[in-house]
Design a protein. Structure first.
Lengths: 188, 155
């Protein structure tokens, strides 16, 4: 038997031990687990970024395709009144709001089994919120926080895997509570 | 354009050359792409198996093709077990297979032929070590020093 595939066998077999290191999605440099993110304003995708790439996109005024997600947390209280919640027609009592600079308006999203769903309601723009990269994460009748938008995407991603039934089920609720505790700790 | 049947060895050699200069990222890329294709091969075999068409004849045909068998080996999907593959590979080399231990040690008996390690590695990459024991003498040495016991004497 010939052995022209020896290299391929070696590469497939010799795996670096431990989890695969994450890489910057802009320059492919290796990055630590607690790296920053940038938002691609065209696709609304989050990209993992190394520090140097992240810093390229921190200027809010720059008209660039990417924008760095800041690290700001703040308590905003019970931000929306009951009437607005009703009008939002959000079934789960959990939503996040952010300003979409491409659309020039606020967007309200809520998590569900298929990811995030957008609610069709015109909300006044929240001036203090950095467009595209910060969001208000709100629980109906309870509390709300200003958070980096990657926190919201992380929550949507987690809930998608845990979601059971109409309102998400126990595990999904536990995940939400756990996240709000973490956010509350950061906002202090 | 597909790789012509005779050209695949060249492609394999080219991977070798390119990987030499590609560094760690290159290696990771090759590994990731290979994993993807490996998953595809596995799924294909599963589907064929579910359809009931993976007959012994079909499996032998796959195992008999150098390229297909080689790629199946890369992904640990070869239909024949290691002992069968080693047995075929060492045919005519003057060594015989004693066993393959659960730890993956390939125990052979005979005179170690040149290039044995590569031969075994290519046929059974899962082998972790090779041990070659001296050929058995025709008459065990110990037999020369024992007197034949005759049961009749004491009777």
């Amino acid at each position: 038997m010939n052995d022209s595939l020896a290299t391929l066998r070696r590469v497939v077999r010799n795996r670096p031990s431990g989890p695969r290191p994450e890489r910057c999605e802009m320059c492919a440099e290796q990055i630590a687990p607690d790296h920053g993110h940038v938002v691609d304003l065209r696709s609304r995708q989050l990209l993992c970024a190394c520090r140097p790439c992240y810093l390229l996109f921190t200027n809010d005024e720059a008209h660039l395709r990417y924008r760095a997600v800041p690290d700001r947390y703040a308590y905003v209280g019970n931000f929306l009144d009951e009437r607005t919640w009703d009008e939002l027609q959000i079934p789960v009592g959990l939503a996040f709001l952010f300003q979409n600079s491409a659309l020039g308006r606020m967007v309200a999203l809520y998590p569900g089994p298929a990811g995030a769903t957008e609610s069709e309601l015109d909300l006044p723009i929240v001036a203090d919120l950095r467009p595209d990269v910060e969001a208000l994460l709100l629980r109906r009748g309870r509390d709300g926080y200003l958070v980096p938008i990657d926190v919201c995407y992380e929550l949507v991603g987690r809930l998608r895997t845990l979601w059971r039934g109409f309102d998400g089920g126990q595990e999904a609720h536990a995940a939400v509570d756990e996240l709000f505790e973490r956010v509350a700790a950061r906002a202090r | 354009m597909s790789v012509a049947a005779t050209d695949w060895r060249e492609s394999a050699a080219r991977i070798d050359t390119l990987l030499g200069t590609a560094g760690e990222t290159g290696e990771e890329l090759v590994r990731t792409v290979a994993d993807l294709y490996g998953a595809g091969l596995e799924r294909m075999l599963d589907l064929l198996h579910e359809q009931g068409v993976l007959t012994d004849a079909a499996l032998d045909a796959l195992a008999g093709d150098d390229l297909v068998a080689g790629l199946l080996l890369v992904h640990g999907l070869h239909p024949h077990d290691a002992a069968t593959r080693v047995g075929l590979a060492i045919r005519g080399t003057g060594v015989e297979l004693i066993e393959i231990t659960p730890e993956g040690v390939c125990r052979l008996r005979g005179r170690r032929p040149h290039g044995l390690d590569q031969l075994i590695e290519a046929a059974a990459p899962e082998i972790t070590a090779i041990s070659v024991e001296a050929p058995k003498p025709l008459i065990p040495v110990s037999a020369l020093f024992t007197r034949p016991v005759s049961g009749m004497d004491s009777a």
